[in-house]
Design a protein around this ligand. Sequence first.
Ligand SMILES: *Cc1c(COP(=O)(O)O)cnc(C)c1O
Length: 470
Amino acid sequence: MRIEEIRGWGAKIADWAARYLSTVHERPVRSPQAPGATLKALPAAPPERGEDMEAIFADFEKIIVPGLTHWQHPRHFAYFPCNSSPPSVLAEYLTASLGVQCMLWQTSPAATELEMRVMDWLRQMLGLPEEFQGVIHDTASSATLSALLTAREKALNWRGNGQGLSGQPAVRVYCSEQAHSSIDKACWIAGIGQDNLIKLPSSGSLYGMDVAALDRAIVADRAAGHLPSAIVASVGATSVGACDGVRAICEIARRHNIHIHVDAAWAGSAMICPEFRELWDGVQLADSVVFNPHKWLLTNFDCTAFFVRDPAALVKTLGIRPEYLKTQGRDGIINYSEWSLQLGRRFRALKLWFVIRAYGLENLRNLVRDHVRWAQGLAERIKATADFELVTPPILSLFSFRYKPEGTADLDALNARLIQAINDDGRTYLTQTRFQDQFVIRFVVGQTYTTERDVTFAWEVIQEIARNIK
Ligand SMILES: *Cc1c(COP(=O)(O)O)cnc(C)c1O
């Protein structure tokens, strides 16, 4: 394909994208395809000779699109949202066109310096103190792993990277039972091990970690010769939005000289609204904070904001400088690959810059506020509806509920059938969780193009399907 052809095809694809996004609400949200359907439609061997873009694009429409679940559908209320928006889409096109690799300052000075600037904008947007410096990671999983590696090295006095973990005391990490599975995985990968991740019970109106139990666990571990290294505080955990008491946890962490990492992967975006910041009160005392603009801040996947109080500790953990990566004669610059796990880095700052400028803080805040308000409104209606039970009230824009008609013995099985019927129907898309050993249905508002009408329409669909279920 010649460079010139980008022009015509770029215009066609732009046209397709605009049409797709403005009509996506007509499609079933979750792909109705059976397993193996896409695979069967694809040739088993790659083509020997180049094919026409015409043919490739026709197959994209015919084979790929029907097998997609439409995350930008305005009635996608499942999992957490994974936002996109017009300025972000355009920036991604530019990023792909430039194809720059942003591992070092000199491999694209503007990319590094734009990243420094937009991360500081984000810091201000969230109300984090000036000591925090940010870096863009691919996912919260990577950021949390980076935080736990830093904590591990600090606790081992930097012996882990050099000597490995054998012969060292057990490195311990603490989190709530509500914490996301990325904490478990980070402990696996960091060589800390599942058995050294201590999960504390949660309770109260925000399902926060029992801090007295946390303190006792740390004291007992020290007495046993273990090495407490990190506490992960969750703000807006994935199941029902649990929020730990960040301030109390930070005070314990300080007292015991332990790294405190805040996982606000989803809820962090809401902190652009000052009225929600009480949910992470005390965050300014943390050592590191992660949140995903790719979840709820209109920025395409992948874009994770990772803030650290002490970049030197992060760089001491992840920075490595073989001769071929040295930046000759340049001091005081940031090489962001030393702040992250992988060496190669996409130019992700561009889409954040486009999004923040195109919307402005006022529009971004209003969007989050609308989502929270609509979730609260629907939760109230569910509470007032016979045969339905609101199980956990909204934390920001996430709540859970279940269908509970009189005289049903097995509510778990009934709700499992209900959610399957809803998702097979395709007009909306929801996912489940377990809460206090009950099967419950989650509802989370956060998609870019969702309107209040989409929220009420989804509720009409849920009731209609529930009344017909056996
Ligand atoms: C989504 C989520 C994660 C993981 O996010 P990735 O960016 O996909 O790794 C971690 N923690 C919480 C609370 C989440 O909601």
